[in-house]
Design a protein around this ligand. Structure first.
Ligand code: FMN
Length: 153
């Protein structure tokens, strides 16, 4: 099964998960870049505000999701919500994504992040998982095992 792992990450946690998932499936990986500055205290505050308001943003990415059987999409949780970068990615690519799996990373309060992702894509993902920062290793293992069970490998 040709798999693409897509992620946005502000401070590398989601990136780490994405890299490990991609490695486990020998998958391609694509980082979504948010063109809006998100660093520092101001970046943090605006990030939370933008996520809460359901804002989109200007993004860059490289790979075409329509050439993959499965697209795994990962985002950090911001104020219990999906990030503007992944919201925008889903909106721009929903016609091109045949099968999706979602994960989010968070400090412990995922809110409605994964439900939002499903609503924006407009179809049910084959798998979705919340990964808590405190037990990231176990979370990655469970997510990879879940995907392997689904793909029969
Ligand atoms: C603006 C902002 C809002 C956040 N809101 C939440 C939240 O609502 N719940 C939570 O558990 N963690 C929250 N976090 C923590 C991140 O979800 C968590 O640290 C995540 O793993 C960061 O991923 P990254 O390193 O890939 O950017 C927030 C972080 C930021 C920057």
């Amino acid at each position: 099964m040709k798999t693409l792992v897509v992620f946005y990450s502000r401070s590398e946690t989601t990136k780490r998960v994405a890299q490990e998932v991609a490695r486990a499936f020998n998958a391609d990986i694509d980082e979504v870049i948010d063109k809006k500055p998100r660093k520092g205290i101001l970046g943090f505050l605006i990030a939370g505000y933008d996520a809460t308001r359901g804002k989109t943003t200007e993004i860059e990415f490289e790979k075409d999701p329509s050439s993959y059987d499965l697209v795994v999409i990962g985002t950090p949780v911001w104020n219990g919500r999906v990030t503007p970068a992944i919201r925008t990615y889903l909106l721009q690519n929903r016609e091109k994504i045949r099968n999706a799996a979602f994960f989010c990373t968070c400090a412990g309060r995922p809110g409605k992040c994964l439900e939002q992702m499903e609503g924006i894509l407009g179809k049910r993902p084959v798998l979705r998982k919340v990964l808590m920062k405190k037990r990231l290793k176990e979370g990655i293992k469970e997510f990879v095992e879940g995907l392997k069970t689904l793909s029969g490998s």
